[in-house]
Design a protein around this ligand. Sequence first.
Ligand code: BGC
Length: 415
Amino acid sequence: MQNKIALDKIKLLFYVTLPEIKKFIRDFHREMQKGLCGKKSSLKMIHTYLRRPTGAEKGRFLALDLGGTHFRVMLMELKGNGKTGACPVKTFVLKKKHTTGKGKALFAFLAGCIGAFMKEHKLDTQARYNVGFTFSFPVKKKDADSGVLIRWTKDFSASGVEGKDVVKLLNIALKESGITGAKITALLNDTVSTLVARSYTEPDCDVGVILGTGTNACYPEKNGEIINIEWGNFNKLRRTHCDREVDRRSGNPGEQFLEKMVSGMYLGEVIRCLAAELLPRIELPRGFKSEYVSVIEADTSKGLRKTDNLLKKVGIRGSKHRDRKLLKKACVMVSARAARLASAAIASVLTKMDPTLSRRHTVAIDGAVYEKHPCFSHRIRATLKEIFGKDARRIKLVLTKDASAKGAAVIAATR
Ligand code: BGC
């Protein structure tokens, strides 16, 4: 009985009510407005100096994508009419020494990857190539093809990069490795690439969202310029003691509050904290991955056998069925809250552009949390329905995979 009362209390703590969602939307609009006017706000509302493509763009372009655990290089052929040709891509794994070591070494590594890709595809390193560079961190921009890193997120901490123009740093590294022809003509965020990649084939698309290691979104303002919201830093939120603990232990305490409640990098950590309270007998290891959350929530096997196997894999033996049921509940509470908050953020962006939702909107979404979690996308749809009623039919959510690199190539073509 005591346990049941404790569990019900926690459930309430993690449940985001509809009035709370409505307040979220009002606060989000206020923060957007302040950010747009250059006032202090948790939403940076970064001007990108970029617009959506027309679909007519043509040619061969190089695309680079840095934003999480991998660096990708892609060569993409655009044929016009929203059509694309072959687009070979190579993915390089970033090690901790790259993401947390010296910035110079990180950029030298990136240049090395570009060189290896060009060699493999027999591209002349001296010939001119327009390059789009997707860099998925908050940058301050004054034009389309440069950007100063404001602050690393997602536990990157490579030294000597914050406060510097990342395009300059990459250009220096490219020159040093003998690649003289590649010209970075656009620097963009992964949300912008997602929006751009989708709108090349679907001109209705007007929101780009990432729900992956980190989270963020962008949309075109009234004049057509794409604004990178950097919504991961939204902070008008009701946080729990678990959120505070995760924040305290993170590499960037006091920042990215929404990201720490929604994105894949932190979901496992919030669950770990909650599980420590609900299941003191079981201590989940640090770095409890969000992939595990997907496995546990999808587990319908008898006695939650799959969850047991997973727990054994992370070194926890002898869990009881009762423990596993509680763990599954903890996963559901935390990830359902994440989906409701993500829906509230999407609803805020849509109603900023179209307060009465009088038009159709396509929201392009990329990221492992949206793609891989068994219930995330359904929960987002259900919450949008709760917020907008029948009008939610005007919102189309589309998974737009691998858009981070593709969008960079499309943008390079517009420059
Ligand atoms: C970064 C954003 C990025 C998002 C998704 C956040 O941590 O600040 O720039 O778009 O992650 O990758």
